[in-house]
Write a protein that binds this ligand. Structure first.
Ligand code: PNW
Length: 459
């Protein structure tokens, strides 16, 4: 038995757009994801978030189910367009009421709420009036929204995450264009990333100055990173792997922990990468009480030899052309239903890399999990592959902790099957199964396995 430290937080996670549905109910305005789904070519199964898991109407049942699975913490996100549906300043009381009910129901079931402020459902009116993250005006509007949430919910919410996955928002939304708002550009990812960091840091300043002392909570940002392992021990491959992690994670984490972007990025991007003023560096530096990490997969990296200029089959390449490297997959690696290789040691190495580079921050794994094709046997969901995935990744987390990394919590992605963005509903990440005809939820074998891990605080 691999025991975890006392007080380790075991949770599960979701996001508003992926589960809530009720897309136009009780005054909610459209988000950029509602708009993005209107173009059916954007979503694999031509679906949208109009109903999703109908969590908006079924949240009590869902929280009871969480309780029955022994889950101690629940990470969910607030839909900004429920709180500010029509403009950046008039709050919608019914939206506030909904999250009050969720928070109160969680607390009455002894489940700790972990709240993400931005999990990608930007109000469409901000996109329409100034193109959302492209304009610095967003900093002020995000701050107003964040302050409203601290004000209404902060008496009971003690764990805040400002932004989920700046890399996905910027690279997939503004670089490759496969996520909302669907733009393709070499420059916009870096520009929007800059505004995301400043929005995060401004909201943290607001929390610290106006709320933290009396409310006593913590606030941070969650970033995602795949691990990048050098394909050989040649110095140029080792350097390329380091650079790949810098372009993925240090892009957002270096400003927060060190005060500026990594040199490898500045050297390659020049003025395509915006500059922080001295005042902004001060604002951003130190703006997280914990290091939120989402992790899914790993790839090998090699330096370019000069003959090729493109990647050879890696996943989640990002702005690869800016990085002077190629990704390589080991064909022997098993893959999930997203085609993401299953490489548990990659998570251990990534945790150790973060520990070293950022001087031992408290790390919370705010997402880890997998899509699998679930087998249904006698009405039960037999997802042994998902159990194996969790067992191997949670064991890797345990090894990192044994090596001194301060991992404080782990959230399984996801509590239930849901809208997997551009992949639609076919990709199932849940530990609970959702029948999309009846919307009935059924715990999968992995949920029962996870219950056991939580109750023993060990894997
Ligand atoms: C994360 N990539 O998204 C999100 O936080 C979740 O909403 C999502 O359901 C989950 O991971 C599974 O996809 C990602 O291409 C989307 O590297 C894409 C990537 C990573 C994370």
């Amino acid at each position: 038995m691999k025991k975890f430290p006392d007080g380790f937080t075991w949770g599960t996670a979701t996001s508003s757009f992926q589960i809530e549905g009720a897309w136009n109910v009780d005054g909610k305005g459209p988000s950029i994801w509602d708009t993005f789904c209107e173009n059916e070519t954007n979503i694999a199964d031509k679906s949208n978030g109009h109903i999703a898991c109908d969590h908006y109407h079924k949240f009590e049942e869902d929280i009871k189910l969480m309780k029955s699975l022994g889950i101690k913490a629940y990470r969910f996100s607030i839909a900004w367009p429920r709180i500010f549906p029509n403009d950046a300043n008039s709050a919608n009381q019914k939206g506030i009421d909904f999250y009050n009910k969720i928070i109160d129901t969680l607390l009455s079931h002894d489940i700790e709420p972990w709240v993400t402020l931005y999990h990608w459902d930007l109000p469409q009116h901000l996109e329409d009036s100034y193109k959302g993250w492209i304009d610095r005006k967003i900093i002020n509007d995000f701050n107003t929204y964040a302050r409203t949430c601290f004000n209404h919910f902060g008496d009971r919410v003690k764990n805040w995450i400002t932004i989920n996955e700046a890399w996905v928002v910027t690279v997939l939304g503004y670089g490759i264009g496969i996520f909302a708002p669907g733009l393709k550009s070499d420059e916009l990812p870096y520009k929007t990333g800059h505004h995301i960091l400043l929005s995060h840091a401004t909201a943290v300043k607001t929390y610290r100055e106006e709320f933290q002392e009396k409310q006593g909570g913590k606030i941070g940002m969650t970033n995602n990173c795949d691990w990048r392992e050098a394909h050989s021990q040649k110095p140029e491959d080792l350097e390329a792997a380091q650079r790949a992690v810098e372009f993925f994670l240090a892009w957002f984490a270096d400003p927060i922990y060190k005060g500026d972007y990594p040199l490898s990025m500045r050297n390659r991007l020049g003025n395509r990468l915006p500059h922080f003023t001295e005042e902004e560096k001060e604002l951003v530096k130190g703006s997280s009480d914990f290091f939120g990490l989402n992790h899914y997969t790993t790839s090998y990296v090699a330096a370019l030899t000069g003959e090729e200029d493109h990647s050879t089959g890696g996943v989640n390449e990002g702005m690869i052309k800016d990085q002077d490297l190629k990704l390589i997959q080991d064909q022997s690696w098993d893959k999930t239903d997203m085609d993401w290789p299953i490489v548990p040691w990659g998570l251990q190495k990534l945790l150790e890399w973060i520990n070293e580079r950022y001087d031992q921050p408290d790390i919370v794994i705010t997402e880890n999990g997998c899509a699998m094709k679930d087998q249904i046997v006698d009405g039960k969901v037999n997802d042994q592959n998902r159990i194996d995935f969790y067992e191997s990744y949670i064991s890797a987390v345990h090894k990192a902790i044994e090596n001194g990394v301060k991992v404080k919590g782990y959230f399984a992605w996801s509590f239930m099957d849901n809208f997997e963005w551009a992949s639609g509903y076919e990709k199932r990440f849940g530990i609970c199964y959702v029948d999309y005809n009846t919307l009935k939820r059924t715990p999968k074998a992995s949920a029962l396995w996870y219950k056991n891990v939580i109750s023993q605080n060990a894997v």
